[in-house]
Design a protein around this ligand. Structure first.
Ligand code: CMP
Length: 139
């Protein structure tokens, strides 16, 4: 399915209370939310989610951060969802993200960059399965 992607609103954005603003920005930009869940990742959950980055210099900090407070996980639907959502999200570093993107508006630094966005259809599916059962997802 190439019209769905996965996102997480990261802990600092939830702590700052801007998660509703981010969800509104997502919907206002044409994405339909087909699954939504707020929960607190354990350290093991975060290690599993970011396993592809294991060994990279930022991995430990990222795992620590992502398990520091509740996140909001969502599956989003739109035409060409993965690419369209990455465009709305902006560059990894909020300082380099284009004006009007979610990270430019709400991100702090490369770790606390407001949201996660899947980088392929295959990874989106792998990632959302770590947060949702099939019955949680709207048809
Ligand atoms: P995310 O979309 O969640 O996917 C992987 C995360 O790794 C990324 O957002 C960043 O938060 C983090 N990341 C990637 N590159 C770096 C980096 N060079 N330094 C710190 N964190 C990084």
């Amino acid at each position: 399915m190439n019209n769905r992607t996965f996102t997480m609103i990261k802990p600092e954005a939830v702590r700052a209370g801007v998660h509703a603003d981010i969800l509104k920005m997502i919907v206002d930009n044409g994405f339909r939310i087909v699954a939504l869940r707020m929960h607190h990742l354990s350290r093991n959950d975060a290690m599993r989610f970011y396993a592809v980055h294991k060994g990279k210099p930022f991995y430990e900090k990222l795992v620590e951060y992502m398990s520091s407070g509740p996140i909001i996980a969502a599956i989003l639907e739109a035409d060409n969802a993965v690419a369209a959502y990455r465009c709305l999200v902006g560059a990894t570093n909020p300082q380099e993200a284009a004006e009007g993107t979610i990270r430019a508006k709400f991100g702090t630094d490369k770790t606390a960059n407001a949201v996660h966005a899947s980088d392929s259809d295959e990874n989106a599916r792998i990632e959302w399965k770590q947060h949702f059962c099939e019955s949680d997802i709207m048809l």
